[in-house]
Ligand binder design. Structure first.
Ligand code: GAL
Length: 649
């Protein structure tokens, strides 16, 4: 066991450890003769915490059962001698080659049925018992060894669990695991057949073990069965993380908190991030507004939405353990962050709830797959402007932009639900349907209206919001329905997107009338899928707006028409409606609407709901009584310099 409690560490103020100014550093990449130089520079940047360790398994256990912590001990001792705190990563995201030589059931099999090949990362199957056992051993040994190191303030489990394709596997372990999952879920095969409707195409199963993994065939597959597989994948991912968490808890020091870093693009994953973080102490996130071959500038509204979603996972502030500082990419590079842009993105994250931030990474390496992932220093090892961006940022968050006592108090929530997201992924229905793109059609106009929004899963309590929006919530469970009904018993505003309520929890269409029909006050008579653009348009206040992707054709019952169709045969039908239901106003957006139209509709709805908004071209963030503005453009906007931020007086 390594013990560290040197004078610098002992004498620091306790609060320092919660105000992390961090950077990812990989001392194992460099000759030890560089370490002092590197750590001095890191200190000069204003960094107080260093993140290490998450890819070191083959150095720590070069052969099965042979452990060697010498190098990691030396790294920790050296880093500690400079008074830094440490976030220590457990190393299971990449595994030593002996694991594969000794055990044949570790490698995952992708959606097309191809076995992954050793040499990249995140290739293991969460249901491999051998991988789990080996992971437990290395994680336990590592955490136990450093439990008494006072300045190791946190443990990061693995690295970006579920990212880079590792959210899917269909190997033999998974096939067996899925069969057990089904057996636990359904009391009999008959019940399962009945839920899936296997009478259709005459495909009743005889035993649970008959069920094939319903992905990777030439044709689609039963949507209800596929949703069960998605749930199984999610459970497998979460179970692996929870196993690691148990090991970490068994061995860690009381002063050490536990996290696991989430990747971007969570709406596109086969795991529910809410469940993954349920048992960890704090959420951490890797924030890359641009990555790889993305040649266009980042979409600041999309980045904001992602950050709001991350904050919503535990409805608390979170950490960023990787914040981009330079261009990144493996085989392709793209947009080069303009001077000041990485700092602006870091500030955007901070103001949206990232209380502690680590930049990625201290220095670029000239070998391996990440040669084009830039650090604060590049491979030339020369001082450059990025050093000052980091330094300035850390100075700003210590002074005027310290958000420690500030919190958002948003009145509006956008709801999502992974069952629903997976249902869309399984059957997009329109060739142009993309959940994130459609979700952004509801988020972006609010962002442009300077309104703070919480992005939360339907599991969370939404009763305290004034306005709740459910974009394209196909699956409305009976429980969710009850909670929505209760919500409308107060003076609130509810907005549904098209296709809401058509399916039950089993991912089957509801028979009979839509569960939301009375709430919406209209009947969805028919529907149509459209392209990314179409010739169809609708009018609102005498202005024409285009339609795309999808439309429902509505007949009014108790609702009033806000926007109607005008094309042949549908002149009397509605597209957007408003219904007074219980004590609330319930709106239905019956098509994929253009952002400008959504903005106009929102303005009217917000006025009616007495929720203030602010038309601004800058990003606006309100925390308690403080207002912050960020200008993401390359021109001066409303007196704010290009690529800069300010706190309003
Ligand atoms: C992250 C990952 C890091 C590094 C980085 C490169 O997704 O966690 O290990 O690969 O991307 O940009």
């Amino acid at each position: 066991m390594l013990k560290i409690d040197n004078d610098v560490i002992k004498n620091r103020k306790l609060s320092e450890k919660m105000k992390v100014k961090g950077i990812a550093y990989y001392p194992e990449h460099w000759e030890q003769s560089n370490w002092d130089k590197d750590l001095k520079r890191i200190k000069e940047m204003g960094v107080n915490t260093i993140r290490i360790g998450e890819f070191m398994w083959s150095l720590l256990e070069p052969r099965e059962g042979e452990f060697d912590f010498t190098l990691l001990d030396q790294m920790i001792e050296k880093i500690s001698s400079y008074g830094f705190d440490i976030l220590l990563g457990t190393p299971t995201a990449t595994f030593p080659v002996w694991t594969l030589k000794n055990y044949s059931n570790i490698m995952a099999v992708d959606e097309m049925g191809r076995q992954r090949k050793y040499g990249t990362r995140r290739q293991y199957c969460y249901n491999s018992k051998d991988y789990l056992r080996l992971s437990r051993i290395i994680t336990g040994k590592m955490v136990e060894r450093y439990a008494d190191v006072k300045n190791i303030i946190g443990i990061q489990i693995d690295n970006e669990i579920g990212h880079e394709g590792s959210d899917f596997c269909q190997c033999d372990n998974c096939r067996r695991g899925f069969s057990d999952f089904l057996e636990r879920k359904y009391d009999s095969v008959d019940h399962m057949n009945q839920v899936y409707g296997n009478v259709f195409w005459g495909q009743n199963f005889i035993e649970f073990s008959d069920v094939e993994v319903p992905f990777g065939d030439l044709l689609g597959h039963n949507p209800s069965l596929r949703l069960d597989y998605a749930r199984f994948l999610s459970e497998s991912t979460v179970a692996y993380c929870d196993e690691m968490l148990q090991v970490v808890h068994k061995f860690k020091g009381d002063h050490q908190e536990v996290t696991t870093n989430l990747p971007g693009g969570l709406f596109n994953k086969w795991f529910d991030a809410n469940k993954l973080v349920e048992n960890i102490d704090f959420v951490s996130f890797d924030n890359y507004p641009i990555w790889g071959g993305e040649i266009n500038n980042a979409d600041d509204a999309k980045v904001a939405m992602e950050l709001d979603m991350i904050r919503g996972l535990k409805e608390k502030k979170f950490w960023i353990v990787e914040e981009l500082i330079g261009a990144q990419g493996h085989d392709y590079v793209g947009w080069l962050p303009r001077p000041g842009q990485a700092k602006l993105w870091a500030m955007q994250a901070h103001l949206r709830g990232a209380e502690n931030i680590f930049f990625f990474r201290y220095k670029g390496l000239n070998k391996g797959e990440e040669q084009f992932c830039q650090g604060v220093y590049d491979v030339d090892d020369e001082l450059n402007d990025k050093f000052y961006e980091v330094k300035d940022f850390f100075e700003d968050v210590s002074k005027d932009f310290n958000t420690e006592d500030l919190a958002s108090n948003n009145k509006v929530a956008l709801l999502y639900d992974f069952d629903n997201i997976w249902s869309w992924k399984i059957q997009p229905q329109s060739s142009e349907y993309n959940f994130l793109k459609e979700f952004m059609k509801y988020y972006r106009p609010l962002y442009e209206l300077g309104l703070g929004v919480d992005v939360i899963s339907t599991d969370k309590d939404f009763s305290h919001y004034d306005m709740v929006i459910l974009p394209n919530m196909q699956i409305v469970s009976d429980d969710l329905y009850q909670r929505l009904e209760a919500f409308t018993n107060e003076n609130k505003t509810l907005i549904f997107g098209y296709r809401s309520g058509i399916r039950n929890k089993q991912n089957n269409m509801r028979l009979g009338k839509n569960i939301l029909q009375d709430m919406i006050g209209a009947t969805i008579e028919q529907y149509e899928a459209m392209g990314e653009s179409s010739d169809l348009a609708v009018d609102y206040k005498s202005i024409k707006y285009p339609l795309s992707v999808w439309r429902d054709i509505l007949r009014l019952n108790t609702a009033e028409k806000l926007v109607g169709y005008n094309d042949y045969g549908f002149e009397n039908k509605s597209c957007v409606t408003k219904n007074n239901y219980n004590k609330s106003a319930v709106y239905y957006m019956g098509a994929s609407l253009d952002c400008d139209l959504m903005k106009e509709l929102y303005k009217d709805i917000l006025k009616d709901s007495q929720i203030a908004f602010y038309e601004t071209s800058n990003e606006r963030i309100q925390l308690n009584d403080k207002t912050f503005e960020l200008n993401h453009s390359f021109e001066e906007v409303s007196g704010l310099k290009p690529v800069s931020y300010k706190k309003q007086a």
